[in-house]
Write a protein that binds this ligand. Sequence first.
Ligand code: AMP
Ligand code: ZN
Length: 501
Amino acid sequence: MNESRNLKIYNTLSGKKEKFEPIVEGHVGMYVCGPTVYNDAHLGNCRTYVSFDIIHRYFIHLGYKVRYVRNITDVGHLTDDGEDRMAKGSKLAQLEPMEVAQKYTLGFHEMMRILNTLPPSIEPRATGHIPEQIEMVQQILDNGLAYESNGSVYFNVPKFVAEQPGVYGSVSGRVIDDLYAETRELKNQDEKAHPADFAIWMKARPQDLMVWNSPWSVGFPGWHLECSAMSTKYLGKTFDIHGGGNDLKFPHHENEVAQNHGACSCSPARVWMHTNMLLLNNKKMSKSDGNTISPSELFSGDSPHTSKAYSPMVVRFFMLMAHYRSTLDITDEALLAAEKGYKKLMETNELLQNLPVNPANFDGSENEHDRAILSMIDDAYQGMDDDFNTAMVIASLNEMGSYVHKLANQQLPADAIAPWVLDKMKATFNTFIFEILGLQNDADAAGNNQVVEGLMNLVLDMRSQARTQKDWATSDKIRDALAAIGIQVKDGKDGVSWSKQ
Ligand code: AMP
Ligand code: ZN
């Protein structure tokens, strides 16, 4: 456990970077709001999850045991016109809401895999936690901070503000009067005692498809409630970190905090982390505005916004070139620059790993080069410790890279650097690139594809030979064995071809 590190995290609540002190030594509990699975994730969503993947990875690297909870919102996230997003998605596609949820959950998982993010430790679904949410509504009612109106239950914001002052507004950093003004135009106002009150249970309308029994009505939970209920269930009443995109600060996170306080008078998370938005044409990338690029369009080169295809790892690298709290505008030029930077980093690492370490020639004294490299290694760690500043990390790796190139082209003699320093630089590069930044080498993947092609050609040649010799047993055995691992062989007019199912 590398606890000596002085990891600082920007806490939205205090508006400052704070030294990270886990609640339980050696453990980190982190909850991140997951996707609403009513259509495909766009690159903006991916940016947020890649940012939290880096945070997850760094905690693991430091030796913490991490419980990373990221939910799936599969019910109740309303659009501005009051329609359930899941129901809207299913009506458009004429599918069961659960079919929609399943389809886009699988798509989301696939995208997370392609971008090489580590899976969360728990991925709870809102629909799988209705009893927990009903229980929380009851606790808030019992504490006198919610009221029932026509079968729906509303959180009483003014009463909460009066009883637990200083909490409402602490996430979004806005004053109560502004928050009140913002909620005045919302729908369903007639049932509420105050415009700022928000639903924690909603009575179903005839068109609602996903409904459950509750003490108040047949209905469904409010969107904010699921995260309060599921974070409490899996991480406890107060845990280390809660995260999500900037756009969730209000109302989602503000209301989440209010609900947790309303249920148990305690703050859910000590540290709130918010990622900044990915922009397209200088505007937030967003599903509802149609201002999006789908990741698959970008990977295939079919996007009208880009001149060519970019690999998932180039896209990941592009995201890491900016700090997670800065906005990031996606443009063709920026992606081209990222591609160049990514390739350079991978090539530098190849060069570095192949540099010979030659202790025999070393005279034992540490010199200015050694000290410079050790200080760059330290800078890379300081970058991560400074609120996960991946841009700083990449800058330090590039600086080390200039040493690698000098050594590789013999501008510097091979023994100019102490063997242990060279070893440390090799290990640091590998650790940062693959383990912490979570990049993969596209050249390796291309190499693997070549190996697979070669092996398949060999196997299919052997099968053809067997068939020529009427050795049907061998040819069937090859076909069946390939089928068992999902490879289908087709004998066509133009010869044999194969595909993966
Ligand atoms: P949603 O599926 O809309 O609930 O969004 C899932 C996550 O993606 C949330 O944490 C959002 O804050 C985040 N998000 C949405 N749009 C963007 C964007 N343009 N850039 C970065 N994160 C985003
Ligand atoms: Zn949430």
